[in-house]
Design a protein around this ligand. Structure first.
Ligand code: GDP
Length: 691
């Protein structure tokens, strides 16, 4: 007995894993009844535990798909909520609490929902059964309940009481059977009473004769018959073992004593069925028979489903295999390949030019601080008349002042922390290259794995950062006192710095242009600038930074005017200095004091060259060697504990591919199981083997 039900429930659980419950529906026992008919009590008696939500205000708002699993090995009874990941809950009050919470999570406006709560109970003392508890029918909606609640409950029940489900229609003995909502609903879908079991509760509340008459009812004949039960323990609970945790034993004893004391009405001769134990047996038999009769049909629909899936696998994927491991391996290989390409193209020359660029800015800072902040005349710049361009720089070559200026600028450059600057520039360039590679790789579709790789790069880089910058500082020491610039270095510096100055000039001019736009045109800006100039020369006196401005200009306008004047002056100086660096005098290294721009540029190039030698070995090569290993290790950690599958499924295309393969494999397994079941059912007379 019960062999087929057990296997079919296993099969259903397998199918649920791939969301295949729509095509293959296995019969369940659907429990319906009006509120307070004793529906919960009957279910609890069958299970042997109190676990259903209680309370006068408590309406069931979601169907509960209750699977009972006869588990001879279970030492204690326990429940599981597979959808919540709640396993082995042995405390039934916790199950009750969870069900109550799940129920209450349905907003009142929705009334009820057909999204079921799945609960599985394991025990050595229960049969294998698949039951669905539905919201109780209400007669009249209470004051605080929405009007449509009644209709919605009824619609929900109608959805479930369709075939091949078996209907367990609960009615109380102390109400007129003609008014039983459960029987009325069942008659609508099962007019010949072929798949309805009638349960009459509260048999203790009516006279035995009346009770027996109900069970013998001919008005609503049911092929599967009626069973009378008393699902409530009498008050002296201690005797009947609620405390001992065996609710069913207590109920059975109570029922036996009641029905046994009325042999005329309920004895063997009376031909009626009573007691929860008998009800349980009936449920098992009926479900087993229904499952057995559905075996063939179910097998066929699984076959069809498998055929369709196999076909889809062929057309969509050309039967190409796919696994999360293979996907990760391919993604990683691809990334490593891209990384290798980057590594071969990014070396010393690239580092050198990046670092030089950063140092160019530092050179400009030194120039701005030590030379350009002075009145232009101080830098011995004559007016840029065409004929005297050649003589442009006029700083007195032997003046200790200019010597000191250049020495301070050079030492400002060498002491600014080139080691740290170089390590930071290199690390951020490498990091941003890695991030760009990631954006182009398939990891871009996997934010958390992408972060793991990006973080791995940051870790390896940070690891070498201090040692590298210290090492660079040490290697730069000789340049701090005597940069020792050679003529060819001077020539290169001369050429390069003109470009740097030109770029700076372009930026100044662009900033001026955008200021023009911001104040509303060139004319307006000129006006403000001329006002600022006058004020600076002392032609006009502005008292403080008056918030409302001065000279008819607002404070904000004046601030822009001052900025524009600064930019204009800066641009003037830079223009002159560009001409100076091109002048004949600046061709000669001896005239370095006239041409600090060239000298500083040459020093910066030297510093960058020395730093890069060190960077290349200490940081870049180290990174190229360690990064791929670090990525492997970190990804390995990340993929542990189900991470690999989650990772692969983040890509919708891969997910669909994996889903289809998984479904196909599962259907193959299910088909194998169900075919085996068919063979056993055919070989054993009467349906299935004994348990
Ligand atoms: P539901 O609303 O249909 O789930 O009904 P319950 O199972 O909550 O039962 C409603 C009330 O009837 C509760 O107070 C139960 O204790 C009581 N009850 C249920 N079954 C029986 C029974 O067989 N005999 C008696 N006397 N009371 C019962």
């Amino acid at each position: 007995m019960m062999y087929i039900t057990k296997r079919m429930i296993e099969i259903r659980n397998l199918l649920q894993k791939v969301g295949q419950t729509n095509t293959v529906t296995l019969p369940s026992i659907v429990v319906i009844g009006s509120q307070s008919s004793g529906k919960s009590s009957v279910l609890e008696a069958i299970v042997g535990h109190e676990f259903l939500p209680k309370g006068s205000n408590m309406i069931t708002r979601r169907p509960i798909e209750l699977t009972l699993v006869n588990d001879p090995d279970a030492r204690v009874d326990y429940g599981e909520f597979p959808d919540l990941g709640l396993h082995k809950v042995t405390d039934f009050t916790l199950i009750q609490k969870t069900l109550t919470e799940l129920n209450q999570s349905v907003p009142e406006s929705l009334c009820v929902t057909d999204d079921p709560i799945r609960l599985t109970i394991h025990s050595p003392r229960i049969p294998d059964l698949s039951l669905i508890d539905l919201p109780g029918y209400i007669q009249v909606a209470a004051e605080n309940q929405p009007r449509e609640l009644k209709r919605k409950i009824s619609e929900l029940c109608d959805k479930y009481i369709r075939g091949p489900n078996i209907i367990l229609a609960i009615s109380a003995a102390d109400t007129d059977l003609a008014n039983s909502t459960a029987l009325q609903a069942s008659r609508r879908v099962d007019p010949r009473g072929e798949r309805t079991i009638g349960v009459i509760t509260k048999m203790d509340l009516v006279e035995p004769e009346k009770g027996a008459a109900i069970l013998n009812d001919r008005q609503y004949p049911l092929r599967l018959g009626y069973v009378g039960v008393i699902s409530k323990l009498p008050p002296q609970r201690g005797l009947f073992g609620r405390e001992t945790g065996n609710l069913l034993a207590g109920i059975t004893r109570n029922e036996k004593s009641y029905f046994g004391s009325h042999p005329t009405e309920f004895g063997p001769e009376a031909g009626v069925s009573t007691g929860t134990m008998n009800l349980r047996k009936k449920l098992m038999q009926v479900l087993e028979q229904t499952m057995s009769s559905k075996l063939h049909e179910t097998t066929e629909s699984i076959q069809r489903e498998l055929e369709e899936t196999t076909y889809q696998f062929k057309v969509q994927y050309n039967e190409q295999p796919m696994s999360a491991e293979a996907y990760l391996a391919a993604s990683l290989d691809d990334f490593k390949h891209q990384f290798h390409e980057f590594a071969t193209s990014f070396g010393r020359p690239q580092l050198q030019s990046l670092l030089k660029e950063a140092l160019d800015q530092k050179v400009l800072d030194q120039l701005a601080a030590r030379y350009w902040n002075r009145p232009v005349e101080d830098l011995s710049v004559a007016l840029p008349e065409p004929d005297n361009i050649a003589d442009l720089p006029k700083a007195e070559p032997n003046s200790p002042y200019w010597h000191r200026q250049l020495d301070t600028a050079v030492s400002g450059l060498t002491r600014l922390g080139v080691g740290r600057l170089a390590a930071t520039v290199a690390a951020s360039a490498i990091q941003s290259h890695v991030d760009k590679l990631l954006d182009k790789s398939s990891f871009s579709k996997h934010p958390s794995a992408r972060k793991v790789i990006s973080d791995a790069a940051a870790t390896v880089l940070a690891d070498r950062s201090y040692a590298t910058s210290d090492g660079i500082e040490i290697s730069l020491k000789p340049y701090k006192f005597d940069p020792d610039i050679q003529p060819n270095e001077w020539d290169r510096g001369r050429e390069h710095v003109a470009g740097v100055l030109q770029a700076e000039l372009d930026q100044c001019q662009a900033a001026l242009k955008s200021l023009e736009g911001a104040v509303g045109g060139r004319k307006k800006l000129r006006e403000v600038m001329s006002f600022v100039d006058k004020a600076r020369r002392g032609d006009i006196i502005i008292e403080g930074d008056h918030p409302s401005g001065a000279g008819g200009f607002s404070a904000a306008l004046l601030a822009r005017g001052r900025e524009a004047v600064f930019l204009r002056d800066r641009a003037d100086i830079i223009s002159l200095r560009i001409q100076a660096t091109r002048s004949r005098k600046c061709r000669d290294l001896q005239n370095r004091y006239y041409c600090p721009e060239i000298f500083l540029d040459a020093v910066a190039t030297k510093l960058a060259g020395a730093a890069v030698l060190f960077l290349n070995v200490e940081m870049l090569r180290d990174f190229y060697a360690r990064f791929p290993r670090e990525v492997e290790a970190k990804l390995h950690e990340h993929m542990a504990g189900g991470g690999l599958d989650r990772f692969a499924r983040e890509d919708p295309k891969v997910r669909r591919h994996l889903d289809l393969i998984q479904r196909k494999e599962l259907l193959e397994l299910v088909l194998q199981k169900i075919e085996e079941l068919n063979r056993i059912a055919q070989s054993v007379p009467g349906g299935g083997p004994g348990q």
